[in-house]
Design a protein around this ligand. Structure first.
Ligand code: AQP
Length: 328
């Protein structure tokens, strides 16, 4: 039987952080042997909020490099940049024409982001989930491994696909979100009520994958905790809960064994040990990143090959869609 297909995307709105890694990328790495995979740096999504061109160009390369450094392999996965495959934008337009505005008004991420970028809420930001639906549907995707925050968008994608199939016949596969049981929502360090985020202005809130050891130590040291002493998983104490969750995910231990281990220790001990675990976990990734970006042209040629492979699938699908709706 053919393998099921996985698609997921990641923005180049800043450096990748532990939330992106634990909620998304590390699962992509684990899943890639079992599925047919398409992983995309979604630069067209990124420009829904203004990006300085030079910085954007650099960020796209950095994010792509980090995917490979984290363990995504060219032999198992197609890795490419969204704007290199035109079919994404073309399908997004077609889907725009069948998506009711009311469906988009319900998207909580739009509400949050439009509050953040009040002075400049673009049509693109509003339309973001439709482009995301195009990304997913172009590749007949079965599974979309994402963090909790993206669940609503994947559900919307299913609704759009169903509406299209109802009107024009069975064209799209209905995708499902795949959300990790733990790690789907890594919270900010200084504000553990909010998810860790790339574009958060307070830079100490996120641990970036390329942060050097001293930065990691100092950020974790400043992480918000509470006035209690007991170290255990408890969602009503978001700071400690978040630090323990990060520790658990990186060490692969069970919750109970993490709690037993820290039973007689202080918050200071927890923070110090967590910092060392994070530093050691990121070290191999940081070394690989240095190697593969050190060789001129290496990353670019991997991305060119990825775009060619993605394009050959997407273009065929798009032609079929054009025929179905009467444009060919
Ligand atoms: N804090 C998080 N915890 C778990 N998963 C997370 N993801 C993002 N933040 C967390 C998951 O990472 C994948 C890629 O995310 P994205 O690049 O599409 O951006 P985003 O969801 O909008 O997250 P960011 O990193 O916070 O970016 P900005 O600040 O630009 O909005 C997704 O699967 C996401 O679920």
């Amino acid at each position: 039987m053919d393998k099921k297909r996985v698609f997921s995307g990641i923005q180049a709105s800043g450096s990748l952080h532990l939330g992106n890694y634990l909620g998304a990328v590390s699962n992509w790495v684990k899943m890639q042997e079992e599925y047919d995979n398409y992983f995309c740096v979604v630069d067209l999504h990124t420009i829904t909020v203004y990006q300085e061109p030079k910085q954007l160009r650099a960020a796209v390369r950095e994010v792509a490099g980090l995917l490979f450094a984290a363990g995504i392999r060219e032999e198992r996965s197609v890795v490419y940049v969204q704007s290199h495959v035109r079919a994404h934008s073309e399908l997004a337009w077609i889907l725009n024409c069948i998506t009711p505005m009311g469906w988009l008004h319900r998207m909580t991420q739009f509400k949050e982001k439009s509050d953040q970028h009040k002075e400049e809420v673009s049509v693109g930001l509003f339309d973001y989930p439709v482009l995301q639906a195009a990304d997913i549907l172009l590749y007949d995707t079965h599974l979309v491994p994402v963090g909790e925050d993206q669940k609503q968008h994947v559900e919307l994608c299913r609704d759009i696909a169903q509406r299209f199939n109802f009107r024009y016949g069975d064209v799209f596969t209905l995708p499902e979100a795949f959300i990790p049981p733990v790690g789907g929502r890594v919270m900010g360090l200084t504000n553990p009520e909010k998810k860790m985020s790339k574009s958060e202005e307070k830079l100490d809130d996120a641990i970036f994958l390329l942060d050097p050891p001293d930065r990691i130590r100092s950020k974790i040291k400043k992480a918000t905790t509470d006035s209690l002493k007991e170290i255990r998983f408890d969602e009503s104490r978001p700071g400690i809960n978040n630090l323990l969750t990060i520790y658990q995910l990186l060490t692969g231990k069970e919750k109970e064994s993490v709690e037993n281990y820290f039973a007689d220790k202080s918050y200071k001990d927890l923070k110090e040990e967590l910092a060392e675990v994070v530093i050691e976990s990121l070290k191999p990734l940081q070394e690989r990143y240095k190697e593969l970006t050190g060789e001129k042209g290496y990353l670019d040629s991997m991305l060119e090959r990825g775009a060619e492979r993605a394009e050959s699938y997407a273009e065929r699908k798009l032609q079929k869609i054009y025929r179905k709706i009467g444009l060919r």
